[in-house]
Design a protein around this ligand. Structure first.
Ligand SMILES: Cc1cc2nc3c(=O)[nH]c(=O)nc-3n(C[C@H](O)[C@H](O)[C@H](O)COP(=O)(O)OP(=O)(O)OC[C@H]3O[C@@H](n4cnc5c(N)ncnc54)[C@H](O)[C@@H]3O)c2cc1C
Length: 452
């Protein structure tokens, strides 16, 4: 057991915690970073598997306007490549496979017209939400009292467009449309700069990958911080007074003048605080739930779908697999489809054995990409809801009624305890870029408070 002291203790070595620590360390603050896992990177997780293949189990894509991630990639000299997007995407409508190009399905003209309207309606409503203060929206209470599902039901769009809007919601959050506050959905879309920037590939959030894995960004940040990072040190309790914190973790005790708790709010709420968190803060963390997703990487001898003029991207509705993308690595011969099993499907998937999940996933891929999909050479999966130090992904979601009644508490420090994490970001909340921005913003606030 060790006992040590620092100016600031950072809890969590994901992108937010590491970014906060870096800014503070560069300003001359003495830092200790406590991380529960035996690695940095949190919800990014890049692993070279036994077959020599890089598997991206967590966050992976960056795109335009995700400026802080793009700047770090450039600063660290990391190689990138563009997401494969040639060929047609696939959509299953009434049992029929339709091909389309671009972010929104155009296979059925009626559905396509309504979807264009829906994209414009949602994006313009979203851009009216100030991501720093969503509760100030003139109709905050009304919007927060609706779910995405109740909004979809009120719209004049055709049934096919509504089916696709529900599928898009599950892919984006990932949660059921009936679970998500409409105000939260609009906040999220606003923070990403509009739906078109979020759901497409080229010129959108799925445009670029980091050749040797997104976790490299965290690893490079960690190199800058040296031995101030302690891995395998889950924090269980934080005692605090106006003048400092005493943080209890599996490696011992760390005392500091301030703490940055850089965890998803759900997990921050599971730490024991003495004195206890103010009631409003705890009520808030009770109402932010983690999305449900399983990410599965299915490797084939070759990217056979490309020969059939397909991009490898599909968005499904009734299938277990709801979204796929071509995940083929430019340095490798195998073709890889990355499959996202989201929301209720992820909950169903967790009740299956690994063999059952694999059989369902392969059957779905055969439905979309044909018999050649029946014989993968390798399958890797990560059940993010089972991960003790994440408990779901891609991000925390505010349930109905939360932003309008408790939102003001979200980013407010409690005594010497400050908060960071992608959920706190005002730009690209839920994404790696948001995590970096939130860490840097919180660090800047601490430095300002300390008069630096
Ligand atoms: C499957 C998946 C796909 C995604 N796809 C994308 C994508 O393509 N593009 C994109 O931009 N984003 C994507 N994301 C989201 C992105 O990965 C996250 O927004 C971002 O990594 C969050 O960073 P963070 O630092 O806020 O939180 P985290 O990464 O969760 O960091 C928190 C850290 O705290 C640690 N921790 C937890 N509890 C404790 C404790 N009690 N004590 C000490 N340490 C603790 C955790 O181990 C973790 O390292 C995806 C995420 C997942 C999982």
């Amino acid at each position: 057991m060790i006992e040590n002291e620092a100016d600031v203790v950072v809890v969590g070595a994901g992108l937010a915690g590491l970014s906060a620590a870096r800014v503070l360390a560069e300003a001359g603050q003495d830092i200790v970073v406590l991380e529960a896992r035996d690695r940095v990177g949190g919800r990014t997780c890049s692993v070279i598997e036994e077959d020599g293949r890089l598997v991206e189990y967590g966050g992976q894509w960056v795109g335009p306007t995700q400026d802080r991630m793009l700047e770090l990639i450039e600063q660290f000299g990391l190689d990138t490549f563009t997401q494969y997007a040639d060929g047609d995407n696939l959509q299953l409508v009434d049992g029929k496979l339709l091909r389309y190009h671009g972010a929104v399905p155009t296979g059925d003209p009626l559905i396509a017209a309504d979807l264009m309207d829906a994209m414009v309606d949602l994006t313009s409503a979203a851009l009216e939400v100030d991501t720093a203060e969503p509760w100030r929206h003139p109709r905050a209470t009304e919007l927060d009292g609706l779910t995405v599902e109740s909004w979809i039901r009120q719209q004049p769009y055709c049934e096919g467009a509504k089916v696709w809007l529900r599928a898009m919601t599950r892919a984006l959050f990932p949660a059921e449309p009936g679970e998500i506050s409409l105000l939260h959905a609009l906040f999220y879309i606003s923070s990403g700069g509009g739906l078109e920037k979020m759901i497409g590939t080229i010129n959108s959030a799925q445009e670029t990958r980091i050749t040797h894995g997104s976790m490299q960004v965290s690893e490079r940040l960690a190199e800058l911080l040296g031995d101030s990072i302690r891995l395998g040190c889950p924090v269980s309790r934080i005692e605090y007074t106006d003048s400092g914190v005493t943080v209890h973790h599996d490696g011992g005790i760390t005392r500091a003048r301030r703490a940055v708790v850089a965890l998803a709010p759900t997990l921050a709420g599971r730490i024991r605080y003495s004195p206890p968190m103010p009631g409003l803060r705890d009520q808030l963390t009770q109402r932010i739930f983690m999305g449900s997703s399983v990410k599965i990487s299915v490797a084939y001898a070759t990217p056979f779908w490309r020969e059939d003029g397909l991009s490898g991207h599909m968005m499904g509705d009734n299938t277990l697999v709801q979204v796929t993308f071509d995940q083929t690595h430019p340095d490798r011969p195998e073709g890889v489809l990355v499959c996202f099993v989201d929301s209720n499907s992820a909950r169903r998937a967790l009740a299956m054995t690994a063999e059952e999940r694999r059989a369902h996933v392969i059957e779905d891929l055969v439905t979309y990409f044909g018999e050649k999909a029946r014989h993968p050479v390798n399958v890797h999966e990560k059940l993010w809801m089972e991960e003790e130090w994440s408990r779901g992904c891609y991000t925390g979601i505010l349930s109905p009624g939360t932003w309008s009644t408790l939102g003001q508490v979200l980013r407010t420090p409690v005594g010497p305890i400050h908060w960071a994490g992608t959920e706190y970001a005002t730009v690209w909340s839920g994404y790696m870029d948001g995590a970096v921005r939130s860490g840097e913003t919180t660090a800047a606030a601490i430095l300002a408070e300390a008069g630096r």
